[in-house]
Design a protein around this ligand. Sequence first.
Ligand SMILES: [Zn+2]
Length: 493
Amino acid sequence: MALWSKWIIHEHEDQRAAPSTWPKIAVPGPASIEDVKRTVIQSCHVATCDAADTEYQSGHVVIEGGRIASVGPGLAPAAAAGVETETIDAEGCLLTPGLINAHHHLFQWSTRAVSQDETLFGWLTTQYPIWARMDEEIVHASAAAGLGWLALTGCTTSSDHHYLFPERGGDLLEAEITAARRIGLRFHPARGAMDLGQSAGGLPPDSVVEDRDVILAATEAAIDRYNDSSEDSMLRIVVGPCAPFNVTQELMRESALLARRKGVRMHTHLAETADEDEYCEAHFHCTPAQFVEQLDWLGDDVWMAHCVHLNDEAIERFAQTGTGVAHCPTSNGRLGAGIAPLTSMLRAGVPVGLGVDGPASNESGRMVDELHQALLLARLRGGPLALSARQALRTATVGGARCLGRDRELGTIETGKLADIAVWDVGGLAGSGIADPVATLVFGAPALHRLFVGGRQVVSEGRLLTADEEDLARQAGRAAEALRVRAAGGFYA
Ligand SMILES: [Zn+2]
């Protein structure tokens, strides 16, 4: 049992039994999810996000065996005799593919609203020493809260980038994988890493970086233990050195070799701020994009977070190589990083998805809000034609699926694809007076009505089915409080 739990018991006598009930590896299954054989959702507006952007004003979707068995206009075809069917009348709702979160740091739920007015480098150097005190219970509570919140805001698949592994922290990757299983989302965690501390010219303190051989061995072990490459996979491991200013070139090169040898994807941060441009110029005499290309980090098995400061030449190289980008508009605004060239990237053919980024640089963390923010930032940069509501929706769905290498089976509502579906309430005050449901989703303030992952209902009537929301909030709050106390040196010194 991690030490901070004792502190929690001391401070919260009413929670005396809590630590022993906190899940470690064995987690209660999603018992509240009913295993219905055939589910029909009908009488709703269906935005398929397929190649023709097909929409049905009043359409249906049929789910069977975790996949979409039928989609089309009008009511669903009748079931064969004897097939048990649950029929959901979704009149007044909009049905879309589940949103795909292409970039996150779930552990940062424990430091929300810390360093509120900093640039990226100032923000990081304030938080590194706090994150150094994390352990598996803090990470589990943070990840469960973050994933629950993503589910409630329309996300069916999330990536994560966990790059900080304190020596005494326990198995942090397992802690977040356990949380994803508990909440019931499809999960693509990157075993991230930093190996370039301050003494070697990097940004993070030496206390939070790892040895390169340890990183590579741990990453390979995580792939061997967890990665499921099957088409309906709920869990895929990603190789993820953190960023050019906190990893060595050797780690970048060897990580790429490892990922390609194992057939898994690669993810890192790139060109987030002007500071990073200066860092790369000073240390490597090139741009961040040129730097990663030299290290074999462009390709259709790679996607990068941010790319705010890509020039036209870099955008062209990303398009030529199929390298993806996770655009994180809220986080970029929160840290004053700049406005990414989203329109230029989409026009060039770069695969672009949307990401909420970590809760310490996007405290709201609502997946659906990223569509709104992407549209606003694109238009602030490029005018009113820079991005349409439907382009924003496609970016958050099929664009994210391309980044994660899942566009064959995710990202659109088409027969045969996995039944990852969001149903939005576009009525009420939020949608009143807006005739176009997709406009309500992107310009307005829709509420999630239901969420299905592989046909299993995770959210119903706007409530999470797989976990108690108040428990998630309470446990994540205690985790953040414990981390604050530790970071202040009051305990676990
Ligand atoms: Zn990030």
